[in-house]
Design a protein around this ligand. Sequence first.
Ligand code: SAM
Length: 217
Amino acid sequence: MNKKLTGSLISKGVDNKAVLGVLGKIPREKFVEQPFRNIEICYGDSPLPIGHSQTISSVYTVGLMTQALSLNKEHKVLEIGTGSGYQAAVLSFLCASVFTIERIRDLSLKARVVIESLDIRNVTFIVGDGSIGFGEYAPYDRIIITACSPDIPMPLFNQLSEGGIMVVPLERDGFQSICSIEKKNGEPVSKDIAPANFVKLIGKNGYEAQTLNRCGF
Ligand code: SAM
């Protein structure tokens, strides 16, 4: 990551030193497909295709969401939407352990290969519907959902520790916004962070696959 990109991230509010440090050390080009491995492209300001009609978020979006999680080295983190594995790799350097769920097996397997090639050992890969979470290892100190949800997925919120934070893009009135949701006395306290443009969270507590097909998404 060059100085120009770091400057641009800081100017847009991604200024946490630990987060910037990790973004600077993870080779993003390893997480994108061959045609996008050019540094200018893979560190550019837009999401890139990763196959199966899914995307890897821009560095800015990954930085912003990671920063909003306010992580420490003790935290156990659940990520919904492994995708390329880049976000999971970033998280892995800032917390104790990451559980990441992806509904598309092929993406999960590819992400695992890349992450293992970087000698990252604190990420557990799960294939399935992340909109129901993963009760086996709950509660989680932090939850990050890297696909747009129509509402706060309550089964996931229930798997968050008291005082924990969930970061999730939510759709309201046709627009997406990345929200930070803190669990205070068992209740969600929500704050908007920035506009977003994510693929949809498909699943029991997201957008139902059948409805999506009917609408032609
Ligand atoms: N975090 C990813 C990365 O670093 O590359 C980008 C995630 S991509 C924007 C969204 C991902 O969410 C897609 O890979 C998609 O298949 C996945 N997804 C959508 N609905 C899901 C669900 N219910 N459970 C698990 N994964 C889901």
